[in-house]
Design a binder for this molecule. Structure first.
Ligand code: NAP
Length: 254
């Protein structure tokens, strides 16, 4: 687990993501929206992936208005998309850009905060599908275009409840434990082989809809905003993190 003041206070150089092609899932809201806009401000061409097209279009407009590189929109619902859909996406990215330099798996769902003893199997499957299986399948399909990059960074999103088990976090917690394991496994498989690095980020408590859903009584103004936690994302997406592989990084100081 990497948690250094250097990463949370990382200040990228101007346009440090110029010429980079970066796909962000859940780019329409919350942390994904902030990372998509932040990456575009740093010069990246961002593929905005998510399930609510109106939100993705809003992010698209914000990037264009700010003078950023024109993004692409990839509508996808991670509950229903299949490996074939991700294979098709890989072909599209190859045709349009010839490579993929960054892949941020950010989209996730909370499910229900309830005891596992009472947890519905249907909801369990949905949470594991969105938070784990879809991310595995998408990464597997996109490996072809990631390997065409000189240095590609794949980032999964973890959580504190994916490291230490806590009551009532249900399938969400289990999916995040699995994400940590997948990162370690996959990172050790690609280590030293080529140009792809695979890491995780734990955003920490951040002012978003998901956080409000999990902690309805909390004052959101006490929390960091998605923009506050951008440095860790910009660090991992850019070339300053070449050689960092298999780490689980804190986006906030504890
Ligand atoms: P959020 O505000 O709820 O945003 C989640 C995003 O994921 C939304 O854009 C949502 O799309 C998208 N999404 C959800 N289900 C999807 C599906 N089936 N297909 C495609 N897109 C889907 O959550 P957030 O707080 O920004 O969370 C971002 C990541 O950080 C998650 O992985 C979360 O587990 C992690 N995290 C957050 C916190 C925190 O305090 N916020 C702490 C630890 C970890 P719609 O907008 O269309 O619903």
């Amino acid at each position: 687990m990497l948690s250094t003041p250097n990463i949370t206070r990382y200040k990228p150089g101007l346009n440090h993501l110029a010429q980079r092609i970066i796909l962000v899932t859940g780019a329409g809201d919350g942390i994904g929206k902030a990372v998509a806009i932040g990456a575009a401000k740093s010069g990246a061409t961002v593929i905005l992936a998510g399930r609510t097209v109106a939100k993705l279009e809003q992010v698209y407009n914000l990037i264009i208005e700010a003078g950023g590189p024109e993004p692409s929109i990839y509508p996808v619902d991670l509950t229903g998309a299949t490996a074939k859909d991700y294979d098709d996406l890989s072909v599209l990215i190859d045709e349009q850009f010839g490579r993929l330099d960054g892949l941020l798996h950010n989209a996730a769902i909370l499910g229900l905060r309830s005891p596992l003893t009472n947890y519905s199997s249907e909801l369990w499957s949905k949470v594991i599908q969105v938070n784990l299986t879809a991310q595995f399948q998408m990464t597997q399909s996109l490996m072809t275009v990631l390997e065409k990059s000189e240095d590609a960074s794949v980032i999964f999103t973890t959580s504190g409840v994916g490291r230490v088990g806590k009551a009532f976090w249900g399938a969400y917690a289990v999916s995040k434990f699995a994400v940590e394991g997948m990162v370690q496994t996959w990172a050790s498989e690609v280590e030293g082989l080529g140009s792809v690095r695979i890491n995780a980020i734990n955003p920490g408590a951040t002012r978003t809809n998901m956080r409000a859903q999990a902690f309805p009584a909390e004052n959101p103004n006490d929390l960091k905003t998605p923009e506050d936690i951008l440095p860790a994302y910009l660090y991992l997406l850019g070339q300053d993190s070449i050689g960092v592989n298999g780490q689980s990084i804190e986006a906030q100081l504890r």
